[in-house]
Write a protein that binds this ligand. Sequence first.
Ligand SMILES: C[S@@+](CC[C@H](N)C(=O)[O-])C[C@H]1O[C@@H](n2cnc3c(N)ncnc32)[C@H](O)[C@@H]1O
Length: 302
Amino acid sequence: MSAPSPSTPSSLFASVVAELRAAGCVFAEDEAQLILATARTHAEVTAMTGRRAAGLPLEHVLGWAAFAGLRVTVDPGVFVPRRRSEFLVGQAVALARPPLTTPLVVADLCCGTGAIGAAVTARLTGALPGPHDPRTGPVPVELHAADVDPAAVRCARRTIAPFGGQAHQGDLYAALPSRLRGRIGLLVASAPYVPTGDIRLLPAEARDHEPRISLDGGADGLDVVRRVAAGAPGWLAPGAHLLLETSPLQAEALARDLTGAGLPARAVTDPGLDAATVIATVTATGTATGTGTAPHEPPRRR
Ligand SMILES: C[S@@+](CC[C@H](N)C(=O)[O-])C[C@H]1O[C@@H](n2cnc3c(N)ncnc32)[C@H](O)[C@@H]1O
């Protein structure tokens, strides 16, 4: 069990735990500790505990989420970044290589809070410790994040500001400055991928408190993800990587679809996190490849 901080009266901790437990919170002690550490006044403790007991996601109550070593702002009504997306972050960081003379342009489409782009950038630039390729060291990054939802963009703007990132609002690529065409070296997207018919099966916290547009991926869940993939070739630089989050159930089929559409792709999964990422890589000569060959190999002579 987590202990309250030494300055918190144990009676307050106990009453928060009791209220959360009565409301059915399984991790009542941990959540109470987070509420007590986040609230600035007794009145805030009471209000936050009440909101959590009423069923709001903990991250909406706290106003932040822990993600890949960062504390990310999460406003009410914005999708809460999921732990499984840390898998995509790790894959992206492992693949990224700096261009010769300019910063690596990283774009996070369907960015929500901006957590993924921020975490990738934090690691690549060395702002957060993480696995660096000893051959490259820290990589300078120009970060762009975009979302159709203005509330998400407001959140993302705050999340990525410390990394010099810019947040844009609009439908997928329409949000991005056109000067990024053909220049994006790393394109990451965790777009909505829940099939419409499965939304009713989601936990109430997601169903009732996250916007439908952040969840609903259409009949098979892949409508938006496919649009991201279809638009990518016009925006990716030679040697770029496209990483798309899906569910493990969708990943192989999506990789096949992309390959069939001329963007060869491969699926990687982490069963422990229930995570899947579909990765396509453009060769240094501008042809996509997802065959698993080291994507940063120098181009072969023809
Ligand atoms: C599943 S949430 C993921 C958010 C964020 N990538 C993350 O992992 O925390 C999907 C996001 O896609 C955004 N979105 C949905 N359709 C979009 C579109 N056509 N253009 C841009 N963003 C879109 C939603 O507003 C939502 O923030």
